[in-house]
Structure formats: structure tokens, C-alpha cells
Design a protein around this ligand. Structure first.
Ligand SMILES: *Cc1c(COP(=O)(O)O)cnc(C)c1O
Length: 470
């Protein structure tokens, strides 16, 4: 493609994107294709000769678009938000065009220094202590792995990095039964062994029970295990339950255990001063992650990972082959030593564009609105005689079910599952579910970047109408 053609096509695509964003609500929110439909409409062999961009883009529209679920639709209430926004998309265009590998300071000083600056901004606006330092990871899953490996090296005095687990005591990791699956994955990858992940019971609100944590830790110590790390969740995946950071932190401090906070979804609420209680006890935290790529209008990927002691993180991951030796080492941040991959995208640019475009007050306004929409919906659910909340309202997530009279639990589960599929098949909204104490529950997350109260109102109308028609 010549540069002239590139410029022409780029303008066309920007027009297409603008039109798409304007008319998003005309697509079915959840893709309605059948398994295998897209695959079988793609040719078996790649083309031998280069193709015309007009043809490629035509196939994008005809073959690919029907198989897209529209996460940016204001009628998307499923899973979690994967927010984007105009400034983030603009930054992503520049990131792709620069194509810079930001693994060390020398390979793009602006990327390293902008990352240091915006991560300090973020640390301050979410209220983490000043001695924390941040680094952008691709995902919260990677951040959890980095946290567990760092905790492993701290507890073993860096022996496991050198010699493996040979001759080591058995180390234990703790989290609640509601913890995200990425923690179990990280426990496996970091070599602890899945059987050494202790899933601690929860209280009525589905948050980790600190008394049960103490019990589990003391029982382990009495039998010769060594507690290594607790992963507390601020905003669980199922119901956005908030584990009590302070009570957990006191236990970690008493027994010399690393405390990692997984706030992937809910951490964004910390930009609101009225939610600073979410991390009360923050002085006990060793590492913390939240995802601007979920609820802070920055398109995937951008996961903000903070550590109290960057020295231990770096000592855990540092490598120094001859070809990566530089004259500036020690004076600057070489982020390849702050996590798992060597190669790094210039993700700080997205955060910089987003934070500057919205401003802190602009970000807060959106997040406050999202939380108020969930509260509005929770009120409707509570006042409706045939619906009930299945978990306490937390931030941006409402868990509820349809509950017509005289049905047993089994048939209520069947009815709600049917309701969920019926709603999604309309293409007008997209909701997902979770099971809470055995109850099949619809889960509505009211945090898509451009969602408004009118979208929630229409969704609620559709839900009640569809339910009564079942
Ligand atoms: C979404 C989520 C994750 C996983 O996030 P990725 O960035 O996709 O790895 C982990 N924990 C919680 C609580 C989440 O909500």
C-alpha cells in the first residue's frame, strides 16, 4: 500500500468508525451467528497475490461484522465493561503508527517517562500511598502472576528463582471462594500447585471472612506450611463483593504474608473520594491492580499494577543479557524488569490521552453516573413483586432474578436461564448470569462508557415484559 493510498483509506476508516460509534445501537448487541459460520466463510488458503483494500474492507463488513458482539453499545450489560472512548482510540492509532517497542528506556524514552508520570497520577488519584510505584501490565491476570512470583521470591529469599522449589517448604496462597479464576491460574503457573491455593469462606455479603482466614493460616502454620500470599478482591467477578482490606491486612502483617489486591473491575471507583473506604487499610497492601481497560474508558489492554516495593519486583524479574545492556541503566525505569514480557506496547499514551481529555472531574462524573444507574435499577427490582435481588447492590452491578409465585428453586433457575437467553436473542440488550448460593441470577453491569439512564430504563422494561411472557 502506498502512503497516498494509506492516507485515503485511513480517512475512510475514520469516517466508518465515527458512523459506527454514532449508530452502534442499530446492531444486535450480542452477535447472533452460529458456531463455525464465520470460519466456513473464510477461504482455505491465503491469497498468493496482494488483494485490493476495497475487497478486504468489504469482507470485513460482510463476514466479520456480523460476528462481532458490540461491547461499546450502551445496551451492553454483560460480564464487565471493556470500555473504550474517542481519545483512547485516537491514541491507539498513534501507538500502532509509531510501532515502538517500549521494553527499556533507550528504546523510547518518552514511553518510559510518560508511563512513570501517568502511573504516578493514577496512584495519586486512586489514593494509594505515595511510596507505591506503578507499571502498566497487559491484564490483571498477568499482574496477579507478577504478584505471586514476587511474593514467592520474597518469602524464599530469592532461592526459588535460583534453584526451583527443590528443598523448599510448602508455601500457601489464600483467597476467597469468590476469587477470579486468574488467581488459580497464576498459582499453577508460579509453581505453587493448585492444591496450595486455600479458598477461604465468605460472609453473607460474599466477601472474604477474616476470621476464617485467620483460622486457615494458623492451621497451616501448625502443620508446617508457610503462608506466602493472600489475594483479596475489591469487587469480585460474580457480585462485586468487597473483601475487607484492613482486617485482612492486619492478618497479613501479623503473619508476614504478602497482600495482593485484585481490584480489576471496581478499582476505578477509587477515583471518587466517597469510595476511599474500599481500600481502608491500604498501608498493609504490597501490590494492587485495577484495569483502566475495564471501567476507565481506555481500550484493552491497559492494566495498572502498583507495588509498595519496586525493588523486590525488579529483583524478581530482572535479566541482563549483553544485548540489553545500556548506559542509562540505574538512572531510568527499564520496564522490561517490572513484569513478564520483554516487549511492551506504548500503552501509557492511551492513559495520557484519556485522563487529559476527560479531566479528573469528567472521569468522576461518568463513574458516579454509572453507580447511580445501578442504584436506580436495584430500586426497581426491589419494588417489583415478582423480582428479587440475589446479592447486595455493589457499585455498578445488580444481581437479581425473576421470581413468579409458587415455583421451586429448580424451576426458578430454569425460568431465569430461559429469560436470559430470550433477552440476549432479541439483540436489544446483552446480559450474563452467575449462580449465587445456587440461584441462577441475571447480572447487569451499568458501566458502558456511554450508557445513560434511558438505556437502563428501556432494558428494565424489556426484562419485565419478557419475563411475564415466559
Ligand atoms: C476481569 C477480572 C480479572 C481478569 O482481568 P484481565 O485483565 O482480563 O486478566 C481478574 N479479577 C477480577 C476481579 C476481574 O474482574
Amino acid at each position: 500500500m502506498t502512503n497516498d493510498e494509506f492516507i485515503k483509506r485511513a480517512h475512510e476508516l475514520v469516517d466508518w468508525i465515527g458512523y459506527y460509534l454514532e449508530n452502534l445501537e442499530e446492531y444486535p448487541v450480542k452477535s447472533q451467528v452460529k458456531p463455525g459460520e464465520i470460519y466456513s466463510s473464510l477461504p482455505q488458503m491465503p491469497p498468493m497475490e496482494g488483494e485490493n483494500f476495497t475487497d478486504i474492507f468489504k469482507d470485513f463488513n460482510e463476514i466479520i461484522m456480523p460476528g462481532i458482539t458490540h461491547w461499546q453499545s450502551p445496551n451492553f450489560f454483560a460480564y464487565f465493561p471493556a470500555n473504550s472512548s474517542a481519545p483512547s482510540v485516537l491514541a491507539e492509532m498513534l501507538i500502532a503508527a509509531l510501532g515502538a517497542q517500549c521494553m527499556i528506556w533507550e528504546t523510547s524514552p518518552a514511553a518510559a517517562e510518560l508511563e512513570e508520570r501517568v502511573m504516578n497520577w493514577l496512584r495519586d488519584i486512586i489514593g494509594l500511598p505515595e511510596n507505591f510505584e506503578g507499571v502498566i501490565q497487559d491484564t490483571a491476570s498477568t499482574a496477579a502472576l507478577a504478584a505471586l512470583v514476587t511474593a514467592r521470591e520474597r518469602i524464599s529469599d530469592f532461592r526459588i528463582n535460583e534453584k526451583g522449589f527443590n528443598g523448599e517448604p510448602v508455601y500457601r496462597i489464600y483467597s476467597s471462594t469468590q476469587t477470579h479464576s486468574s488467581i488459580e491460574k497464576a498459582v499453577k503457573i508460579a509453581g505453587f500447585g493448585r492444591s496450595n491455593l486455600v479458598k477461604v469462606g465468605v460472609r453473607d455479603d460474599l466477601s472474604l471472612d477474616p476470621d476464617k482466614l485467620t483460622e486457615a493460616v494458623e492451621k497451616d502454620m501448625a502443620t508446617g506450611y508457610i503462608p506466602c500470599c493472600v489475594v483479596a478482591t475489591v469487587g469480585t467477578t460474580g457480585t462485586v463483593a468487597i473483601d475487607p482490606v484492613k482486617a485482612i491486612g492486619e492478618i497479613c502483617s501479623k503473619y508476614n504474608i504478602w497482600l495482593h489486591i485484585d481490584a480489576a473491575l471496581a478499582g476505578t471507583a477509587l477515583i471518587l473520594p466517597e469510595y476511599s473506604w474500599l481500600i481502608e487499610g491500604k498501608e498493609y497492601i504490597d501490590s494492587f491492580v485495577f484495569n483502566p481497560h475495564k471501567w476507565m474508558f481506555t481500550n484493552f489492554d491497559c492494566s495498572a499494577y502498583f507495588v509498595k516495593n519496586a525493588g523486590i519486583l525488579i529483583q524478581t524479574f530482572e535479566i541482563l543479557p549483553e544485548y540489553l545492556k545500556t548506559r542509562t541503566r540505574g538512572q531510568v525505569n527499564d520496564y522490561r524488569d517490572w513484569g513478564i514480557p520483554l516487549g511492551r506496547r506504548f500503552r501509557a499514551l492511551k492513559l495520557w490521552f484519556v485522563i487529559r481529555s476527560f479531566g479528573l472531574e469528567g472521569l468522576r462524573k461518568k463513574v458516579r453516573n454509572h453507580i447511580s444507574y445501578a442504584a436506580w435499577l436495584a430500586e426497581r427490582v426491589k419494588e417489583h413483586p415478582a423480582f428479587e435481588m440475589t446479592a447486595p447492590l455493589s457499585l455498578n452491578t445488580v444481581c437479581f432474578r425473576y421470581m413468579p409465585a409458587n415455583r421451586d428453586e429448580k424451576s426458578l433457575n430454569d425460568i431465569n436461564e430461559k429469560l436470559n437467553h430470550k433477552l440476549n436473542d432479541t439483540g436489544r440488550i446483552y446480559l450474563t448470569h452467575t449462580k449465587i448460593n445456587g440461584k441462577y441470577s441475571l447480572r447487569m453491569v451499568t458501566s458502558q462508557t456511554n450508557v445513560e439512564l434511558k438505556n437502563i430504563k428501556r432494558a428494565w422494561e424489556l426484562i419485565t415484559k419478557t419475563a411475564t411472557a415466559i
